[in-house]
Design a binder for this molecule. Structure first.
Ligand code: SF4
Ligand code: SF4
Length: 475
């Protein structure tokens, strides 16, 4: 049955937030009905896989090193086994930009699929904490009843059990989170040695555990609606062609309850049972259109499909669809905007791949020592002092060599330690100074260009051109 789009009569939802009681201004607690259905089952299996990956992530090692480490304090990052140093900041920034653009492209094309399927907040909340809550307190009506009931032994028991389990799980997640930040070996030391020798890490663990416990037991959907910047950017990214969880209002409206012995031919397919509203973990009514609060969890799709089957109507009144598909029956098409995003993403991925492939094992900087001009050495020779910094960006020992290739008669003299032939350990950084000494005859101007080569394991890593300052000698 096809119907013209009709304006929705009650537009009160435009002035209210589902999680705030518009009379008292207090938080309106969302009691979400236990979700069920085909998509929910697929999501559950997918979430189990994701959680297994998240929990085992810090313990998966490549060549003896954690596969993913984001140690912000020590500025040490390992992504898929590739170490990144502070010197790799431009590359790391490019990686982050590429990731953000990927999320934008994905959102433009497929809406908030990330939120519903892969975001750790949704995965933990809906697939772990909420399921435990259903197990202990029952479905949403029983939860409501329990909260409204006076204090009793049963209430104290259920609430205590729930919060103890929530807190223990939060501590466990905090340990995993910390392992991504400081490394799983450090966290294991904290667990085996106790907090006395690792007070800083223990305090971090307490803070993370408390935050996770507060998020999953109290804040819940507030994190998605108010705190998460990605959620708030939806309005900018979505367009009429984006696939989102949507209510087919052309087919569904005007809505109306089923009444026996009444002519209901003027009505759409929505029987206004509100099951899609009761199941929503963010408390919204998907029939009001695409909303910032919708995390695309698909619970309303399953719920409505079940209703449609029961009343013998086709499923898909609520489904993954674009606005264009619902209103104009248009198949998915490539818009200029989505094409432009994809082109930008391809360019970024190409640039990132190029920089990653050509990334050197050893990074070196050589700069003339600030505040120093030149020194007169014996036998008509002039020297300049330089500061160097060499960092081994690999997990293997690198043998370092340094030489001046231009001018040919230049000499190199180390100040503190011998850099030539030095075995630089994995992850190590060495700093120091050396002199470049030139015979007066080689100095043609007061700014002579010198070329320094840094080699690692016999392979040229850097060719650095710098200046040599000296007096000009007239012949
Ligand atoms: S579950 Fe389906 S039929 Fe029931 S109110 Fe929601 S959209 Fe309408
Ligand atoms: S509207 Fe549907 S998809 Fe969106 S959050 Fe609610 S239940 Fe999930």
């Amino acid at each position: 049955m096809s119907h013209e789009a009709k304006p929705i009569e009650n537009e009160h939802f435009r002035d209210t937030i589902s999680t705030i009681d518009d009379k008292s201004g207090d938080r309106a607690w969302v009691y979400a009905k236990k979700p069920n259905g085909k998509i929910h089952n697929i999501r559950s299996i997918f979430s189990i896989g994701l959680m297994a990956l998240m929990f085992s992530g810090p313990f998966i090692k490549l060549n003896g090193h954690q596969m993913l480490l984001l140690n912000i304090l020590d500025r040490k990052f390992i992504i898929l086994g590739i170490p990144f140093w502070p010197q790799d900041l431009p590359l790391f920034a490019l990686l982050m930009i590429t990731f953000v653009v990927f999320i934008i492209v994905f959102t433009v094309l497929f809406g908030r699929m990330w939120c519903g399927w892969a975001c750790p907040q949704t995965v933990f909340m809906e697939m772990l904490f909420r399921k435990i809550e259903y197990l202990i307190e029952g479905d949403y009506r029983q939860q409501m009843k329990l909260d409204e009931s006076p204090i009793s032994a049963e209430k104290i028991f259920k609430k205590s059990i729930k919060h103890i389990v929530f807190f223990l799980l939060s501590v466990f997640i905090a340990n995993i989170f910390l392992a991504y930040l400081i490394g799983s070996d450090e966290v294991l030391k904290l667990v085996t040695d106790g907090p006395k020798d690792h007070m800083g890490q223990f305090i971090s663990l307490v803070i993370f555990s408390t935050v996770f416990y507060a998020v999953f037991s109290k804040f819940r959907e507030i994190v998605c609606i108010v705190i998460c910047p990605y959620g708030r950017l939806q309005g900018l990214m979505l367009d009429k062609n984006s696939i989102v969880v949507a209510y087919d209002y052309i087919r569904g409206e005007p809505r109306g309850h089923i009444r026996k012995n009444t002519d209901q031919n003027h009505l759409g397919d929505c029987i206004d049972c509100k099951r899609c509203v009761h199941v929503c973990p963010t408390g919204i009514d998907i029939r009001n259109g695409t909303q910032l609060e919708c995390v695309n969890c698909t619970a309303c799709i399953d719920e409505c499909d079940d209703v449609m089957k029961k009343i013998d109507k086709p499923t898909g009144l609520v489904r993954y669809a674009s606005q264009d598909e619902i209103v104009n029956k248009l198949k998915r098409r490539v818009t200029v905007r989505s094409a432009a995003y994809v082109v930008i993403l391809c360019l970024l991925v190409t640039a990132l791949s190029y920089f990653l492939i050509t990334r050197k094992d050893v990074d070196a900087t050589v700069l003339r020592t600030p505040g120093m001009l030149f020194q007169n050495q014996n036998e008509g020779r002039i020297s300049n002092m330089y500061n160097y910094e060499v960092v081994n960006k690999t997990f293997t020992t690198q043998k370092i060599m340094v030489k001046v290739v231009q001018p040919e008669k230049a000499e190199l003299k180390m100040v503190d330690r011998e850099l030539n032939g030095m075995n630089l350990n994995e992850d190590a950084l060495v700093k120091g100074s050396f002199f470049i000494i030139l015979p007066e005859g080689e100095i043609k101007s007061n700014n002579t260009e010198v070329t320094i080569q840094i080699l690692s394991n016999g392979k040229l890593m850097e060719e650095i051109r710098t200046n040599f300052v000296g007096p000009v000698f007239k012949k």
